[in-house]
Every structure is written in structure tokens, then in C-alpha cells.
Design a protein around this ligand. Sequence first.
Ligand code: NOJ
Length: 514
Amino acid sequence: MPVWLKNARFYEIYPQSFYDTNGDGIGDFDGIIAKLDYIKQLGFNALWINPCFLSPFMDAGYDVQDYYKVAPRYGTNEDLYRLFDQAHSRGIRVILDLVPGHTSDQCEWFKQSKLPYRNEYSDRYIWSSNAWDRPAGYSWVAGNADRDGCYMLNFFLSQPALNYGFNKITHPEWQISYTDPRVAGTLQAMMDVMRFWLDHGADGFRVDMADSLVKNDDDKSATASLWRKVRAMLDKDYPQTVIVSEWCNAPRSINQAGFHCDFLLDHWTKMVHKAFRNVNEQGVNKSYFCKTAHVSAADMLGDYLVELQQTRGNGYISVISGNHDTDRIARYLDESELRLAYTFLFTLPGVPFFYYGDEIGMRYLPQHSKEGGFQRTGSRTPMQWDSALPNMGFSSAPQDKLYLDVDRSADAPNVADQAADGNSLLNFVRQLNVLRSGCEDLQADAELAVMYCSDDGVLCYRRGNSVAVAFNPTDAERTLPYAADDVLFQTGKATVTGLQTVLAPQTAVVFTLK
Ligand code: NOJ
């Protein structure tokens, strides 16, 4: 296990929207380099950059055309290597996005696979037995190649599924076992891609749709066995690099497949959703951190605590503030609620991931879909660096040339204003980073044990042996049956009376245990 993960705090950058240095209206690598000092001052020590490879951008780069070449809109491969160096010189690690389940239909591998004669890439994708054969239960494209077959999709129309074989064989005429040497080349090709970027300075990968490799693999055991090979390669040759899965099933991802971290995504049964974005069909916000929700934390914590226990010692659950697929957290929680939600995020075990702009409470900005974003587009808008119109410090391009429109409403939050205000949300996030990085019991490995969880919304948990964290997210006063008298950090107000602590509305307090 890479040691640095113990105190890693990741910041996710959607590169299109972070900072544009050449005035073409879209973010670039030099823009990320220019803002590394900002990220460091904010307190993050690791970055995840969304896919930045050559792509027709039918899915914002999750449709890779060439795994070995960056997209010219961001710069050159050499610029990315420089970004690695510049980040490393500031103590910041950088992980890239690996998309192993599919490529773009413009990828050279796929162009070869479409040819009507056998070649090295014929088995690299999944083809049915002829152009009329579209077996039920899968997503196919028919009539789009000279090859006599239909090809399987992994996500959008432009993303044919790479072939890692099948676990349960139901159609022997076209399905190949995941153990068959004919599909071994796919995993080998992906490991070669990983080696290339690791050799050039990347510190690991966030792995897109990590559970999607082997088909007909209900218990994911075959997919896990492939990731174990990847993990063995990393353990042997790149022991300080990490793989973080988009899986959202920690026992499978961590225990079975060998990922170092697994994302806890905004799935409606999961803790991240119940804590931050739980709006019911009537539009009522029942998120634990919504001040009017008044819900017990027990339901929210549910299987998170179980998965934490099951994976303890093997890897980390990564709780996210949001990501490029999820509605901005500020769509559901106001600023005072965000402070409590972020205190929660930064005091949980595992490795936290924070989405760019959430430190200033960037809003969800509805607009037309761009590059396969659809409703996700509103969470991908340009970073608001200052209040200068028209582009809020993001770019010098004319307003109508921006990749996405920027939030230029009069009260749109921005970095410059918040950096200058000691009480801002941005400075609150900075303080949380300082708190966590200076206290081992708040970091990845320390155990979490719930000390108190009441029906009226109070939650208190112990981290390691020395620290406890208590929350009253509601808009009413609450009482905690412990004396929180050695306060390390607080938002709101905690008042100790004898063996109890009165928590004013919307209070979070981190205190030392005697
Ligand atoms: C998950 C990614 O986060 C998302 O943005 C993408 O569209 C799909 N996987 C397909 O790659």
C-alpha cells in the first residue's frame, strides 16, 4: 500500500474548465500548472485529472482515441510531463483517468477491428456472429462496419466495449472466455498504457467503470481476477502508485479486485447521497446535512460502516464532495450546511476527494449539453477565479468562445473574494485540510466508531484513540451526552455543561478525548 495515501487529500480537476492560459476558451495544462500554488495553499496534496487524451469528445474525453497522446486542446505530452514535475516539486501527486472498458469508435484499434478480414485487433472488441445477430440483453451497433457482425457498446454510441471476454458463456458462437489467450491482449494493452504514463511521472489512475471489463460476470469475480493482475504488476514495478476504482462496491473493488481505493458515488442507496443530495420525489430535501431535514444519521451511515469494517486494512473508501457526473453539492446544501458536510468529509477514514469549485460553493448552472454532458454539463462550468466580467478570471477569450458558459451572476462566488475573507468557505476548506493533515487520528487508517447517534439528528464518532467529531446539522439546539471540552476545531457553537455539550443549531465540533 503506497504510504502517501494515508494522508492524501485529492482535488479533482475537470481540465476543460479549470484555467485557460492561451485564450482559446478552454482550460489547459499550463492553466493547471499556473494554479498549483493555489491548490497547495488550499491544502490538497493530490490531483485527479479527468481524461486528457486525444478524443473526438463525444463523452468529454471518456471516448479515448489514442491512449498515448494528449488532446491538443490541453497542450502536448511534454506539457503534461512538466505538470507532473511541477506538481511533484510542490509535494502534490497526480493521477490520470484510465478508461479501460471502451475506446472511442475513432480509435485505431477499433478501425482495425472493423475490417472484414482477421488482424491483430479482430478480438480486441466484442462482435456478434453476423450483422443480423443482435442477442438480447446487450447493447449493439449493427450495419456500421464492413465486418460481418454487430459490435457491443459499453456506454454511449461512440464507445464500443473492449473485449476482456465473458465469465458465463451463453452464446459460444461469439463469446470468448475471459481466460482465453485471444482476449489476453486487451488487458496487456491497457497495462502497457499504464506503464507508459507511470514511466512519465503519473502517480496512478482513477479507473473509469472498473467493474465493466468481463461480461456476464454477475459476481464480478472474473473482472476482479483481471484487476488482481494489474495490482500485481503495480506492486512489483510501481509500488508507490495507486489505482482508484469507479465501482462503488468497496468489498468487491478493494478486497476482491485489489484496488487501493474505491469511490463511494452518489448512488441513491449510498451514504454520499443520503448525506448530501437526498431530495425526495416531492422535492423535499431529506439529506442528513440539510438543516430542516431532522433525520437520524443511522440510515445514512448504514452500509458504509459495514463496508468500512469489511475492507479495513485492505484499502480505502473514497468519499466525494461531488464529481463531473454529479449535481454540484451547492445545489442541495447552502453555505452553512456545506461547512458541516465538509467537516464530515474531512474527518472520515479513507481518502477524500474534493471537486474543483466546491471550495467556493460553485453552483450548478443549467445549460445546453456539451460533449456528452447532458444534465452533468451544469456541474462542469468554468472555475470562477475572480469577479472580472465577462469570464470571471477563467479565460481571456470572448464570452461566446468559452467551452461552457460561466456563472457570472452578481452573487456568483469566486476565489479572489473568498481568499481575502478569513471567514469564507474557501478558508474553511483550507482549515479542514490543515486539521486533517496535522492529526493522524483523522487520516485514512484510524478506526471510526460511532459513539452517539440520536433520532433528533446528533451524530458523534470517535476517530482512532484520541479524537471525536460531533454534529448537530439541524436548525434547532441539541444536546450531546459527552463533554467536548478540548476543542480542536468547530463551526457553530458547542457549550460544555457538566458531562454534556449543548450544540447550537448547525454545529460541528472536533475534540480531543481524555
Ligand atoms: C463514468 C465517467 O465518470 C463518466 O463521465 C463517463 O461518461 C462514463 N463513465 C463513461 O466512460
